[in-house]
Write a protein that binds this ligand. Structure first.
Ligand SMILES: Nc1ncnc2c1ncn2[C@@H]1O[C@H](COP(=O)(O)OP(=O)(O)OP(=O)(O)O)[C@@H](O)[C@H]1O
Length: 237
């Protein structure tokens, strides 16, 4: 099959540098993400999964930088992107649900306000059309009564519900790739399965390409099309 990868990570190296200190954190990592597939990146805590995810969207912590290799998005090397270009990339192409993102919602601001904030760059149409879009997004992530959710505060919602709201916000950006970094860690076992099932459903129904990051290989194995296993800063094949 002649398919080009949407994302190609090629011999990536990430180094931590501060004053006299220098430590290679990610070494020679290569993998591809093809359109419409769900790839799980697994490996134990500290293996480097989050650092890779952050490198993909230009959100590396201070002191960390890409020192070797390429990250090609639709064939274009994004390593040299400036802040503005990365911002556009995150807004238009690669959405990232960050780890512990249950905190990613302001508990005391209406869901509606926070969702509106996320889509402020999209030209949707009239107020009514925007509201309908938000309701559709909430329905897409499994809410039976989206109006109620829209008019609630995150603190009134359960952990699983908040995670689904965040997912709806990510979907509102219409990304080509969704990176979900440990989307289930803060949830109980029933909600964990529900979120993974939902991601699978979104992949199948919307053709969304997903990079699912998890330390729990067993739970993601049955959902992912492929698994990239990280081992202390490198890929274990
Ligand atoms: N800002 C930073 N400064 C220095 N070292 C860092 C920084 N962020 C991460 N590291 C180091 O990089 C390595 C990989 O960390 P990373 O958070 O990517 O692991 P992980 O596989 O995502 O694990 P976890 O699931 O626990 O988050 C670890 O050794 C960590 O100490």
């Amino acid at each position: 099959m002649d398919r080009s990868p949407l994302l190609k990570v090629d011999h990536l190296e990430v180094t931590y540098k501060q004053k006299q200190q220098r430590k290679v954190i990610i070494q020679d990592v290569s993998f591809k993400l093809y359109p419409g597939e769900m790839v799980a990146m697994t490996g134990k805590s500290g293996a480097g999964k989050s650092v890779i995810a952050h490198a993909l969207v230009g959100l590396l912590d201070k002191g960390l930088s890409v020192t070797k290799g390429q990250i090609l998005f639709e064939g274009k090397n994004i390593i040299q992107f400036n802040e503005k270009q990365f911002e556009n990339l995150r807004r238009e192409n690669i959405a990232m649900m960050i780890q512990h993102s249950l905190n990613g919602l302001d508990p005391i601001r209406l869901v509606k306000k926070q969702m509106l904030e996320t889509i402020r760059h999209r030209k949707v149409g009239s107020k009514k059309e925007v509201e309908q879009l938000l309701l559709n997004l909430l329905t897409q992530v499994g809410f039976k009564e989206p109006e109620e959710v829209l008019d609630s505060y995150p603190f009134e919602l359960s952990g699983g519900m908040r995670q689904r709201v965040l997912l709806a916000m990510m979907l509102s950006l219409q990304p080509k790739i969704l990176i979900a970094d440990e989307p289930t860690t803060a949830l109980d076992i029933v909600n964990r399965e529900k979120i993974l099932e939902l991601l699978k459903q979104l992949q199948c129904n919307l053709g969304l390409t997903i990079l699912l990051i998890s330390h729990d290989e067993n739970s993601v194995n049955k959902y992912a099309d492929r698994v990239v296993h990280m081992n202390e800063g490198g890929v274990l094949l």
